[in-house]
Design a protein around this ligand. Structure first.
Ligand SMILES: Nc1ncnc2c1ncn2[C@@H]1O[C@H](COP(=O)(O)OP(=O)(O)O)[C@@H](O)[C@H]1O
Ligand SMILES: [Mg+2]
Length: 290
């Protein structure tokens, strides 16, 4: 099949939107090991961008570059217009208060209650009165779907789905404009996963969040992403709407999207036209016949 001309890099739907993240020619090395080579990625306000790639392809490290936790061998990472590797620690801390992060592992402090986990980022600011922190923490928990009856529980008393929700409440504590999620639905059962997806969508709509999410979960990816960035061969090989990225010819993309699971997820997409569904089915048919 012929590649549409703009296959590898489709513009965002809302071209008037401001880029919140601009990564240019980013190279990351650990000793002699090159993880990223000329990564370019621009993410606009209000987008939900899913970052996919094989295990060890450098997704988490790319998120860490955006958080200022890893540093480039060369290239630039601008967040909210600031080159985060050229600003002072103080300025970086100010930016950190404008984003929230849900880490892949070790999401909560095990020695703190649910409430204290969410209150902690606000306490660290050292400017908010106790009562306000209390109200804000309870509100964030409620937004994340955790009732007040759970506030004094310890993380070890919670299910996996609830831990993710509390971690999300904590990531939202400082009312971020930007949210980073590293495999937010990994390890959740399909129901918990689906309600987490609904929650992210609601938050995006209500808080006008921009979301960058690493995920392996195709249902999550297709139902949330405005664009999908594919990390392979040390750089972004495709950056497109989900329905377009599946058409790009690359071994990783074919394995990742075009299996049985990928096809199901595409069919479940709310706005996939009958035409493209038929195309997908046909291609799947041809692939399995060849
Ligand atoms: N601090 C580090 N020191 C050395 N190598 C690292 C470090 N962090 C990550 N790496 C390596 O970088 C590569 C990408 O890792 P990572 O971003 O965690 O992959 P994934 O795409 O699975 O999230 C891996 O080969 C990993 O071993
Ligand atoms: Mg990872």
């Amino acid at each position: 099949m012929e590649q549409p001309e703009n296959m590898m890099d489709c513009p965002a739907a809302e071209t008037s939107a401001q880029p919140i993240i601009q990564i240019e020619n980013l190279c990351t090395k650990f000793g002699d090991v090159v993880v990223h080579e000329n990564v370019n990625l621009s993410i606009n306000q209000g987008e939900i961008v899913s970052l996919v790639g094989g295990s060890g392809s450098g997704k988490t490290v790319l998120l860490r570059q955006m958080l200022g936790l890893n540093h480039p061998a060369s290239g630039t990472v601008r967040i909210f217009g600031e080159d985060i590797n050229r600003i002072s620690q103080q300025e970086l801390q100010k930016l950190r208060n404008r984003w929230g992060m849900l880490f892949q592992h070790g999401a909560l402090f095990s020695a703190l209650t649910v409430f204290d986990n969410v209150a902690q980022p606000m306490r660290e600011l050292r400017v908010l009165p106790k009562q306000l922190i209390r109200e804000a923490a309870m509100l964030k928990l409620q937004m994340a779907g955790i009732g007040p009856e759970h506030a004094l529980k310890m993380p070890s008393d919670l299910s996996g789905g609830m831990i993710k929700r509390v971690a999300l409440a904590r990531a939202l504590a400082l009312e971020p404009e930007l949210l980073f999620l590293d495999e937010p639905t990994a390890g959740l059962d399909p129901n918990a996963s689906e309600s987490f997806v609904d929650l992210i969508r609601t938050l995006r709509d209500e808080m006008r969040l921009t979301v960058v999410m690493v995920t392996h979960d195709l249902d999550t990816l297709f139902s949330l992403s405005s664009r999908v960035a594919v990390l392979a061969d040390k750089h972004i090989i495709a950056y497109c709407k989900p329905e377009n990225v599946v058409e790009f010819k690359h071994p990783f993309i074919e394995t990742f999207f075009r299996g049985e699971r990928g096809l199901r997820a595409i069919e479940a997409m709310p706005d996939t036209s009958e035409e493209s569904r038929q195309e997908q089915k046909q291609r799947q048919h041809q692939d399995s016949a060849s």
